[in-house]
Every structure is written in C-alpha cells, then in structure tokens.
Design a protein around this ligand. Structure first.
Ligand code: ARG
Length: 244
C-alpha cells in the first residue's frame, strides 16, 4: 500500500474512533484549574506547551481512578478561586495551601502534600536568615499566596506582589529586592537551576489540597476516593518519586 493511502486510512479510523467514543458515552469531563507557573508542581513544557508536574500527574491519576477525563485549564493564580466559583472548572490543583480563609469560600480534598514557605535570597547574602531579618525590607511574593500572607505580617516590610511566581524570584536574582517568600519545593527546584540564589529554613507548615465548590459534595467524595486509592496502590509514591 502507498504511504499516503495508509495515512489516509489511519486518519479515517481515528475519526471513527473519536466519533464512536463521543457516542458511546464518553467519560465525564473533569475540568481542572491550575496556574502553570510553579515548577515542579505545574508548568508548561517550553516547546510543546504541554502541562507537566507533580500536580498534573496526580490529578490525571485521580481522574483515571474516578473514571473521568481530565482537562487542564491554565488560569492566573489570583483568578483560580473566582474561576472555580463561577464554574469555569470543577476543581483546582495548584499547590494550593489549605487555609482558614480559603475554606470560607471553597472545600478542599484531603491534604495531598506537606509544604512550607521559605525565604529566598542571593547566594552571597549574609544578613537575612529569619523572618525578623526581613523587618523594614522589601519582599517579593506571588500575589495572594501564603507567601504574600507571611510577608504582609512582617513589621515595616514592603511587599512587592507579582502575578507570576517566577517573576518574584527573578526580582531577587536581579537585585531589585533582597528576598522573596515562596514554597519550599519551588525554591529547591529554582535554586537547582540558578546558582545565584539560596533559601533558608521553613518558616511555616502547610498542606496542599484540591479545591472544589462546597456544594459539589459528589466530586469532593470522588476526588478523596481517587486520592485514597492511588495512595493505597502505590501510584502516589511513584508520582512523588518522579518529581522529588
Ligand atoms: N502554596 C501557596 C499558596 O497556596 C502558593 C501556591 C502557588 N501556586 C501556583 N501554582 N502558583 O498560597
């Protein structure tokens, strides 16, 4: 058979397969909001644009366990909770810390990851080790994060808020501010790449959860069941080992 007719045949088969899967009850769709600016949790492959990271693998595994088709919806961090509430997506996975404040607006799955905030400085900085050392200083953060919350409580500090997490770190690298407060695993990842920065001891204790609308009790249950099943099967550990 000629190569071109083989390709043609394959295309026809594909069209039928896609058509059939829509007719024969495709899986229910799980639309997932994320802010893909937070490696190694969620980020975009520079070349392919594909969404990658621990959270992405995790939600795909949970979706598989719950027999749902996962679709990632990349959304600015500070638009995630509003977007969930207006129904742009069904849940959020975005290294999102379970906080009292957020629990007023949304429900969270069982915690899936333990984290903390750390202070990122230039590698040769000797003045900043603790939160007290940041008093009266400029601190870069991603807007509306728990890092923002911590920074905002420091006496006399000026908080510079950025829409994208990497921009807050960049601000330290280019010497515009002496420090940034961000999640530990993200600081670790970035410090691996950029040798001109370092980070200190954890300054908070936090847990990440998947956010779901409070009234969507069915989905809260499905996601918790999915999470429990991938923990029991060892799949969670495999995904963890892939990224950390
Ligand atoms: N854990 C922090 C928080 O919940 C920061 C999360 C930022 N996530 C992101 N994908 N940029 O506030």
């Amino acid at each position: 058979m000629k190569k071109s007719s083989l390709i043609f045949g394959l295309c026809i088969t594909l069209v039928f397969m896609i058509g059939a899967s829509t007719i024969v009850g495709a899986k229910p769709l799980l639309k997932v909001g994320t802010s893909a600016d937070f490696p190694p949790f969620e980020f975009q492959d520079e070349k392919t644009g594909a969404y990658l990271g621990f959270d992405i693998d995790l939600i795909n595994a949970i979706g598989k366990a719950a027999d749902m088709e996962v679709q990632i919806v990349n959304t600015a961090w500070d638009g995630l909770i509003p977007g969930l509430l207006t129904g742009n997506f069904d849940c959020i996975i975005s290294a999102m810390t379970i906080t009292e404040e957020r629990l007023k607006a949304v429900a969270f799955s069982d915690p899936y990851f333990s984290s903390s905030q750390v202070i990122v400085t230039k590698v040769d900085d000797t003045a900043i080790k603790t939160v007290e050392d940041l008093q009266g200083k400029q601190i870069a953060v991603q807007i509306g994060t728990t890092g923002d919350l911590e920074a905002s409580e420091i006496e006399g500090a000026t908080v510079k808020r950025f829409n994208l997490a990497p921009d807050a770190i960049q601000e330290v690298r280019n010497g515009s501010v002496p420090a940034c407060i961000i999640d530990l695993a993200v600081a670790e990842e970035i410090a691996k790449e950029y040798k001109d920065i370092k980070f200190g001891e954890p300054i908070t204790t936090e847990s990440y959860g998947i956010a779901i609308r409070k009234n969507n009790t069915e989905l809260i249950q499905k996601i918790n069941d999915g999470l429990a099943s991938i923990k029991a099967s060892g799949e969670y550990d495999e995904i963890h080992a892939d990224w950390f």
